[in-house]
Design a protein around this ligand. Structure first.
Ligand SMILES: Nc1ncnc2c1ncn2[C@@H]1O[C@H](COP(=O)(O)OP(=O)(O)OP(=O)(O)O)[C@@H](O)[C@H]1O
Length: 240
């Protein structure tokens, strides 16, 4: 069974089509790279699939739950939003335990899941320190741990490596490699090299329209590289 299914998913803001008739499916164990220039519709897609934004057309299901049951979808997904904010005075451990309690874990279970996830993302040694002392990369890793607290079927990561140095990027990519064992990952990014490293499939959007979809080698076929294919698919109407 598909873990994400979008059929003709569309979003219109007034006269502007932010997303037009997006159709795709994803399965467990897949890491899907959602690519496209600024304004292509990536965040809009993620916001609809995570039930933050209502589509103006089309249907979707996530984790086997139809889009008209947002509460049930939210129980089964994890999300690292674009520009995630964190309470600076809380420690990483407090933040994560609180998130685990929100998903119904008892006190001890929340502590256990929080400890395990902080270790998994390499923050075990800093769990007792305030988030205000964390670097950007550490905050991103905390956000990923937060996204995993409910053992999600699908994880949405909106530009998780934005602003990170190469070591920070590598750590996040390694974490994504771990997540894929249990879940589907939808990853929005501008960094094509990281897509080549971690994604099985890509979706390339431009001006709200899907320009290519499929395994990387199929999308690259006929071009020199993913970056070459990306520019061929997206730059023709760049000067508007
Ligand atoms: N609240 C809104 N009201 C009106 N237009 C919006 C709104 N949010 C997004 N848009 C428009 O929808 C289109 C898609 O935006 P979106 O944020 O999904 O793109 P993106 O691919 O995530 O871009 P970026 O890479 O810059 O984050 C853009 O033209 C944008 O201006």
């Amino acid at each position: 069974m598909a873990t994400i299914e979008a059929i003709g998913l569309s979003k219109r803001y007034g006269a502007r089509n932010a997303l037009e008739e997006l159709t795709f499916t994803a399965d467990a164990g897949e890491v899907i790279g959602l690519l496209g220039p600024n304004g292509a519709g990536k965040t809009t897609t993620i916001r609809m699939l995570t039930t933050i934004l209502e589509p103006t057309g089309g249907t979707f299901s996530v984790a086997g739950v139809p889009g008209d049951q947002p509460h049930r979808i939210r129980q089964r997904i994890g999300v690292l939003p674009e520009n995630a904010g964190y309470p600076p005075r809380q420690t990483g451990g407090e933040y994560l335990r609180y998130a685990a309690r929100l998903f119904g874990h008892g006190r001890q279970a929340a502590r256990d899941v929080s400890d395990r996830l902080l270790n998994d993302v390499g923050l075990g040694g800093r769990a007792g320190e305030r988030i205000s002392t964390y670097s950007r990369g550490m905050k991103q890793r905390l956000g990923i741990a937060r996204a995993l607290v409910n053992d999600p079927v699908v994880v949405f990561l909106d530009e998780p490596t934005l602003g990170l140095d190469p070591a920070g990027q590598r750590e996040i990519l390694a974490t994504i490699g771990e997540i894929r064992r249990d879940a589907t990952v939808l990853l929005s990014t501008h960094t094509l090299t990281e897509v080549e490293q971690v994604c099985s499939t890509v979706l390339i959007l431009d001006h709200g329209t899907l320009r290519a979809a499929g395994p990387i080698h199929e999308v690259v076929a006929g071009a020199h590289s993913l970056s070459d294919a990306f520019f061929r698919l997206t730059e023709e109407d760049r000067h508007d």
